[in-house]
Design a binder for this molecule. Structure first.
Ligand code: AMP
Length: 322
């Protein structure tokens, strides 16, 4: 079978949702094109703006880092070492090896050094789920470290499948407040917040996986051992079943939601979101219902406070350059 674009080279991937099939070269062109479109449509960052790329060591974030670098953007990786046994050790190794090979700067931020325990210990001690504790700590680290290092934007590797599954979860539970946060580009509403963008949101998980394989990226294949029963995996499985029956379902579900959403211009608006500084760490936080201004603790500080005694001062972070 010949590529539908160049009509000469053999097909390496079929894309039923686009009614097409590409050879390796044309698929690469498609990936760059979709990424460029996402960056442009949501005004994610400018040509010369330094970008902090949050890298887990998986195919999505390393694939994103590779694409942005090839497209000529100035990037630095940020890996949060979560302290989840071998899984975290291997993830960190994959990030370091990728950064070394491409001669790109990488910051490794170790939760165990910062808090005296990793996700496993923090979740156990606080009786919270590992996934929610990890999400809280990572979001906090992306914002604080990004800002301290002088970045205005942090990019994550969330893909179309991640976002469609999240949308399904939010709708099933009618978490209307969360819908506004589903934009692929969240602006820096306050001085202490940096922009958060998801440049892969137009690309399906299998497309990003195919890209990583074709580019010979050595990524972490194993899923996090703490997430084997995560609800999002069930939503993804349900959406995959629908997709198999009707290709394009995920694409239409999420991208059409973005097109129709009543949250204003690309990137959403601040309207209805009440932000104030956390009474402990000073980072911006939404004000919980009924809580008086000036007393609010952010999710991170509530978690860390219930983890244990006062924590040591934040570990200064520096960009590793070889
Ligand atoms: P996940 O929530 O694990 O599906 O990850 C979504 C995105 O968050 C990834 O594509 C990365 O951009 C980022 N991410 C996840 N884990 C880490 C980590 N340990 N360090 C840095 N970024 C991460």
């Amino acid at each position: 079978m010949r590529c539908r674009r160049c009509r000469t080279a053999p097909v390496v991937i079929k894309l039923p949702r686009h009614h097409t099939a590409f050879c390796a070269g044309c698929f690469d062109h498609y990936m760059v094109d979709q990424l460029g479109r996402a960056i442009h449509d949501y005004r994610m960052f400018g040509r010369d703006e330094p970008i902090l790329v949050a890298v887990s060591g998986g195919k999505d974030s390393l694939g994103l880092w590779d694409l942005l670098d090839r497209m000529g953007y100035t990037t630095t990786g940020l890996h949060v070492q979560q302290g989840i046994g071998d899984y975290s050790t291997v993830s960190e190794t994959k990030c370091r090896a990728f950064a070394d090979e491409k001669r790109l700067p990488l910051v490794v931020y170790d939760l165990r050094k910062e808090y005296g325990g990793g996700v496993t210990e923090i979740a156990d001690a606080t009786h919270r789920s590992a996934c929610s504790s990890c999400g809280t700590l990572k979001r906090y680290a992306f914002n604080r470290i990004g800002r301290e290092l002088g970045f205005g934007v942090v990019a994550t590797g969330h893909n179309l499948d991640d976002e469609a599954a999240r949308l399904l979860g939010n709708l099933l539970h009618w978490q209307v407040d969360y819908l506004a946060k589903q934009s692929p580009a969240l602006p820096a509403w306050r001085a202490k917040l940096i922009r958060k963008v998801k440049p892969l949101h137009r690309l399906a998980e299998r497309e990003v996986a195919a890209y990583a394989v074709l580019r010979k990226i050595d990524y972490m294949i194993d899923e996090c051992p703490m997430s084997h029963d995560a609800t999002s995996l069930h939503y993804k499985a349900a959406l995959n079943q629908l997709e198999e029956h009707s290709p394009g379902t995920k694409h239409f579900f999420y991208l059409e939601f973005l097109r129709r959403q009543p949250f204003g211009a690309p990137g959403g608006t601040e309207e209805g979101v009440e932000l104030q500084e956390c009474a402990t760490c000073g980072e911006p936080t939404t004000l919980p219902a009924g809580q008086a201004g000036g007393t609010a603790l952010c999710g991170h500080c509530r978690l860390i406070e219930s983890f244990g005694p006062a924590q040591p001062a934040a570990v200064p972070v520096q960009i590793d350059r070889d």
